[in-house]
Write a protein that binds this ligand. Sequence first.
Ligand code: ATP
Length: 511
Amino acid sequence: MANYEDIFKKVVSHAKEYGYVFQSSEIYDGLAAAYDYGPNGVELKNNIKNYWWKSMVNMHENIVGLDSSIFMHPTTWKASGHIDAFNDPLIDNKDSKKRYRADVLIEDHIAKIEAKIEKDCVKAAKRFGDDFNKDEFVTTNGRILDRQKQIDAINEKMNTSLSSGDLEGVKALIEELDIKCPVSGTNNWTDVRQFNLMFKTQMGATADGSSDLYLRPETAQGIFVNFLNVQKTARMKIPFGIAQIGKAFRNEIVARQFIFRMREFEQMEMQFFVRPGEEMKWYEYWKESRMKWHNSLGMGKEDYRFHDHENLAHYANAATDIEFKFPFGFKELEGIHSRTDFDLKAHQEHSGKKLQYFDPELGESYVPYVVETSIGLDRMFLTVLSHSFREEKLENGETRVILKIPALLSPIKAAILPLTKKDGMPEKAREIMKMLQLDFSCQYEEKDSIGKRYRRQDAIGTPYCITVDHQTLEDNTVTLRDRDTMKQERVSVEKLHSIIAEKVNISKYLA
Ligand code: ATP
């Protein structure tokens, strides 16, 4: 069985080696939880953004875009509840001095029980062979039912304590479960404390004339405060949405797991404004629609699942996560939240300005309800990267490392490779490059043997390699090599554009 930690380590070092992701400020030994995207990384990131934007904004008549500033009036965060409630419960182990999120410690404990259930299932599947029915097994087997009861009881206790702000209760649960620090192996814990995740800074030149500002912890508030500006200028009728891609900042207590949890990251958010009372219908609509978007990339339906929230945030009346099976387990990739009229009402109260919509069909004004879809761009990037990374054993016994990135998202669509550096091949290759580069990102490479160049492009995830050889100069045909099948075929230069266009045709994905 694959060792997931090993695979994850390989993905991280591959990302560095092939110019996808670098540690921030690496020459100064790095800055924790901040990362830089290299030449291939920035292309993949842009392609993901584009895919999201096209599906949200271009394909919906009633969704428009926005790019609001990172700095906002400080009262924004009072109104949104972030100053008072955007906290995580933290706990320290007195022996190792390591800091943890208390809720994550408990969730990790639950994950261990889940893993035991999974193990029981694997064992039973072996024992029963073809007759094994997993659904029946997990609903009837006594040991599994006991384990599930344990999980439910822990979840209930945790949620009750967290939602009532009972931090002593959270600590008591950690002690009751005898959760130990993975580093020191002891259960010598401090009390649980709340920690606000917003970064603070100052605006203005002089100390007394400056005012405290926060770096936005989500892009959503920029959308809410612009609700009427957008509605009026774009002449939108409810239901309608506003989409935005932008940076967000959170002073995360524990920021491990590479780009999964960073202190500076990017979000792709869409706030959908609806009539009060219709929010559940739209919540269900966006749940389904967003899962469809993920599945459209063909990265394996079984690796995605919904996780409905029991412990709701202060602004929500329903919430679910779309989770992806990362190398370290199923974790949140995207959140879909029914945010009620909480935000618009709060901004209305704090600003003294009306944030209402006159509904011509109903003949009345109201504060709309909001359904939000919020996905982390960096987590989507990690999803694509960890899903695509493969080590394939070849017939000749060698291993090839390959990124099977959906072709539409690949940083480079075609590599153009002259077989040798002479006899006019480089010139011909550059001619082909010129023909393709306006529509597709291409790379010209003449160094190393052709086999080595193929391997390098596999490792980058380039769907096509185009090799120019002696025959090209005679009959204007090239060798076209497919990344996934490694098949090579002879095609005429005139056909290259349409072959690549067909492969990366967005309508094939977003049909
Ligand atoms: P988590 O429970 O993992 O802390 P969250 O529930 O606080 O996440 P939301 O506030 O719902 O996250 O944010 C929406 C999305 O933004 C998340 O689904 C995730 O993809 C992304 N996101 C949130 N925090 C981070 C982070 N620190 N680094 C990278 N992406 C993040």
